[in-house]
Design a protein around this ligand. Structure first.
Ligand SMILES: *Cc1c(COP(=O)(O)O)cnc(C)c1O
Length: 272
């Protein structure tokens, strides 16, 4: 290690970064039959690794998968014109000041626009849709307050990247599962309601389809049920299909959320 870190060819490289790179390389090479035979080879390897890590990680590629919107390939592409708008960020902006120069809240910047677009009473932008899910359940059906969320067994699904919405929800709310894997009826929700229930949630099945001997309860009915019991109905839409679709969903839901970068071409975000 000492010889490597002090090699003249590595003189102009940051020592701390080299050390952690070299430690990791030594470790891998202990476990594989191939090891470098002399110092020059080690120096070359560390240099190569350093430059690979320091170069921009994203590379353009052709999408020949047949899947237009692929999470693995960056989800929805950004409009070139939107990127032009981002040039603004190379200077100072009014992120948290109002027109009078007073401290303001960044949440309000696009709130009015979102409210107008979707016909929503209120709106928030979060880091992603997963955080929207967690926020909704922790605010409106918090485990700490012994509150409960109803969710159908039919919606215990895993989306790409091992994402399971119900596991996230389970961290912040008491989940009460209703119905069965293939069939869930309105009466399942009705029977499951308790004084602790404050939220009924539905999770969009996204890339999964149930066919055949199946039954599920529509948003309209769940909204009615929730309203009648003075609790909230929340729909995780997964991604935005269209603005009218969200407007329509909001007619039968107290809360909806969706990813900002799945169908809607945006940076990572969640709209709630
Ligand atoms: C993709 C997805 C999420 C997670 O969205 P992110 O923006 O990636 O956090 C949550 N719920 C559903 C139904 C989804 O399809």
């Amino acid at each position: 290690m000492h010889a490597l870190l002090n090699a003249p060819a590595l003189k102009n490289y940051p020592k701390d970064s080299l050390k952690s790179l070299a430690t990791a390389l030594f470790k891998t090479h202990q476990q594989t039959p191939f090891t470098c035979t002399n110092l020059d080879e080690w120096v070359g390897l560390v240099k190569e690794r350093y430059h690979a890590l320091m170069s921009p990680p994203l590379k353009p590629l052709y999408n020949a998968t047949g899947v237009v919107l692929s999470t693995n390939l960056g989800r929805a592409c950004l409009e070139p014109s939107h990127l032009k708008e981002l040039e603004l960020l190379s200077g100072y902006v009014n992120l948290e000041v109002d027109d009078t120069g007073k401290r303001a809240n960044r949440c309000h910047l696009v709130q009015e626009l979102l409210k107008m677009l979707f016909g929503a009473e209120d709106a928030l932008i979060l880091n992603n849709n997963a955080s929207a899910l967690v926020l909704v359940a922790s605010v409106f059906a918090s485990k700490a307050q012994n509150k409960e969320t109803l969710l159908s067994y039919g919606q215990l699904v895993e989306i790409g990247g091992h994402f399971r919405a119900h596991e996230l929800l389970d961290c912040v709310t008491n989940l009460k599962f209703v119905g069965s894997t293939n069939k869930t009826y309105l009466q399942d929700y009705q029977h499951a309601l308790s004084p602790q229930t404050t939220l009924i949630a539905t999770i969009h099945l996204s890339n999964f389809l149930q066919q055949g001997f199946v039954a599920s309860v529509g948003a309209k009915e769940l909204f009615k049920l929730a309203t009648a019991h003075k609790i909230l109905f929340y729909e995780d839409l997964g991604s935005l299909q269209s603005v009218p679709q969200v407007q329509k969903s909001l007619k039968h839901a107290h809360l909806v959320s969706f990813s900002a970068d799945k169908l809607l071409g945006s940076v990572q975000g969640g709209l709630c």
